[in-house]
Design a protein around this ligand. Structure first.
Ligand code: GLN
Length: 243
């Protein structure tokens, strides 16, 4: 099951966010600690979205993070105060292609999903029927995560992140029980995430906030998020609440 990471804090390079710490997201590409039976390594591509003084940007690749030259040649010169990144272990039967790599993005939003929707695609049919046809035409890849993004994006037009994410989780659980639904949403200022049958940790100080599938270092202030809990975080602000 993929690994993801969200950061909001002091300005630094995108490369630094991906590689800092003895157990950085880059290292979690080939040596994750806590996949909970969902795959072994995260070598089916990666993606990163950033929010900086020069605006927002995104880079995605089907190469593992360790072999894509952009990681060392391009990302060190991009500076930003917020990042949302993911490394991918494609679920069986889902394609390995750039468009299938999180983060999915639209406007100020970026989104990632760690996990699998059981019974996909049938189990998401009921919810997808409620989407405008225009949205369905924009499906980036035939994967469970790409459909989850369309469903969430539609709800975000009418709802705040917490009700949008909560209603999506509850709906998907009714038609796809047993799914693993660690969702991560960011807007460059705040982050929202769910722990739903998968690993999730959070580190918040006055200056910065990080939400990550796995802690990237041994800072004792990392908190493990209990299962079926929701996180909202920004620098100096953390809420962990049952879903
Ligand atoms: N099911 C999603 C995909 O294939 C996420 C994979 C994962 O979390 N391992 O892209």
């Amino acid at each position: 099951m993929c690994r993801h990471l969200g950061y909001v804090g002091p300005t630094r390079s995108v490369h630094d966010v991906l590689t800092a710490g003895a157990h950085s997201l880059a290292r979690q590409t080939w040596a994750p600690n806590d996949m909970r039976g969902g795959g072994t390594i995260n070598a089916d591509g990666f993606g990163v979205a950033w929010w900086g003084n020069e605006g927002q940007g995104r880079y995605r690749s089907t190469q593992p993070m360790w072999s894509d030259p952009a990681v060392n040649e391009t990302l060190p010169s991009i500076r930003c105060g917020a990042v949302l990144a993911a490394v991918r272990s494609a679920t069986e039967s889902m394609p390995v292609e750039t468009n299938a790599c999180a983060p999915f993005a639209d406007g100020r939003w970026a989104f990632s999903h760690n996990g699998v929707v059981r019974g996909w695609p049938d189990s998401l049919e009921k919810w997808s029927e409620q989407l405008p046809v225009r949205d369905l035409l924009e499906l980036e890849a035939p994967t469970d995560s790409a459909v989850l993004w369309l469903l969430l994006r539609h709800r975000l037009r009418e709802q705040d992140p917490i009700p949008a994410l909560t209603s999506l989780l509850r709906d998907v659980e009714t038609t796809a029980p047993g799914s693993r639904l660690n969702l991560l949403l960011g807007d460059g200022h705040e982050m929202w995430a769910s722990a739903w049958d998968h690993a999730l940790s959070v580190l918040v100080t006055e200056d910065m906030a990080v939400i990550a599938s796995e802690p990237y270092d041994d800072d004792p202030n990392w908190q493990s998020v209990p299962d079926r809990h929701f996180v909202k975080a920004r620098p100096g602000h953390l809420i962990i609440t049952p879903i």
